[in-house]
Each structure stands twice: as C-alpha cells, then as structure tokens.
Design a protein around this ligand. Structure first.
Ligand SMILES: [Zn+2]
Length: 241
C-alpha cells in the first residue's frame, strides 16, 4: 500500500479526533446556565411581587399587634373603672375619655386591617407563583449539574483511555509528516487530517472538491493538503478504521 505512511498518520488522527471530540463535549456540558439566567430574570421581575407580599405581611402583623394591645388596654381600663380602684369623678371622666379614644383607635385599626387582608390574598398568590417558578428551575439546575458532573467524570476516564494509545501511534509516523500534521492542527484549531470518500471526491471536513490529480497523489502516499481547510487528505477505504 503506497499510502501506508498516510494510513499510519490516519490512525493517529483518529485518536486525536476522538480526544478533540471528548474535550469539546466536556466543554459544552449542560450545567443549567440557561435556567440560571431565567432564574435571575424571574428574580428581577418578581422582586416587586415579593416585596409587596412581605410588606403586607409585616403591616398586617403590626396592625394585629396594635389591635390586640388596644383591646387589652380597653379591658384593663374598663375593669379599673368598675372595681372601685378609681374614685374621684374627674379620674372616672378621664378614664372614660381614654377608653373612648382607644375604642376609636381599635375601630380604625380594624378597618385598616380588613383593607390589608383584602390585598394580601392576591399578593400572596403572586409571590407564591414567583417562588414556585424559582423552585422548579432550581431543581432542574441541580439535576443538570449532577448529570454534567457524572458525564464529565465518564469523559475523563474515556479521554485517559484513548490518550494512552496515542504515543505508540505517534511513533509510527515519520517526523516530517508529523510536522505537517501539527501545523494543520494548529491552523484549524481542531483536527489536522480529513478523509476523502472515494466516490465523493470531497474533503470530509470542509466539503471542498478534491481534484483527480490530487487523489492520484494521495494514493501514491504524498502529503496533500485540502486547498480550502489545509488539512492533510487521506482516502479512506470502506471498512477501514
Ligand atoms: Zn477541507
């Protein structure tokens, strides 16, 4: 086989191509970045809903406390009014005035509370909607991260396994060809060799046409580069790996 030297490079290229693919896959694992961006957007857009809910919750608690406190005072003062601890008519009058004011305050607070409570239902629903969306997304992100981690681990093992066969293949290729191959790899940033299907006459990497004259030279074992992508070309026979 005159193109034996190219075939030995092709075997090295197969290893490098697999390693390149594994690296790419490891770099492009889905770690839920899209969901994370969506989460941030929902957090931003839902902030006013959450703030409103929290503010209403706080105001309701405050009003309820205030109402309870006022009612307690009324109860306390009323009992003082009748248990004989206050005797002078002036004191009684003052106390009655105080009780009247407190009752008015309680009434006002009750009105305010009912208004707040009316708003609270829908606000709570909105806030819950935001919280539910965030929770759902978080779950997806955690799942994706776990999956990506497991896959990265698998890829690492596979990479090591394939990389361990590289040196032997490298040693089988003549240095001059390696230099051309490395230059092509550097230029493409990925692979340094491409195949030509004997029927197709096209570079497998970029699709450029390969002239008959070049095919003949490849068959003779010469180092021929694709005119477009500058990869070293090799005619692969069906069934050859
Ligand atoms: Zn090409």
């Amino acid at each position: 086989m005159p193109d034996e030297r190219l075939f030995r490079l092709y075997k090295l290229h197969n290893v490098d191509e697999s390693l390149y693919d594994i690296k790419k896959r490891a770099q492009n694992l889905d770690t839920g970045q899209e969901e994370l961006a969506l989460m941030k957007q929902i957090e931003k857009e839902g902030k006013s809903a959450l703030d409103k809910y929290e503010s209403l919750h706080r105001q309701i608690t405050e009003s309820e406390n205030k109402l309870a406190e006022t009612k307690n005072k009324v109860t306390k003062y009323e009992s003082q009014l009748y248990d004989g601890s206050i005797s002078s008519s002036r004191e009684v009058e003052n106390m009655q005035q105080e009780i009247k004011m407190l009752k008015e305050l309680a009434e006002k607070t009750e009105t305010r509370l009912s208004g707040l409570n009316e708003e609270f239902g829908p606000a709570k629903e909105e806030a819950q909607k935001v919280a539910r969306s965030l929770k759902k997304l978080k779950k997806v992100i955690i799942g994706k991260r776990d999956e990506a981690k497991a896959e990265a681990e698998e890829l690492k093992v596979k990479y090591r396994e394939i990389a361990s066969t590289r040196e032997e293949r490298l040693n089988n290729v003549e240095p001059e060809l390696i230099r051309a191959y490395d230059a092509a790899r550097k230029q493409t940033g990925s692979t340094g060799m491409a195949t030509v299907e004997s029927e197709e006459h096209k570079c497998s990497a970029c699709g450029n046409n390969v002239a008959d004259r070049m095919l003949q030279q490849i068959r003779e074992g010469k180092t021929i580069l694709c005119e477009d992508c500058r990869r070293i070309l090799f005619i692969v026979m069906p069934g050859v790996e």
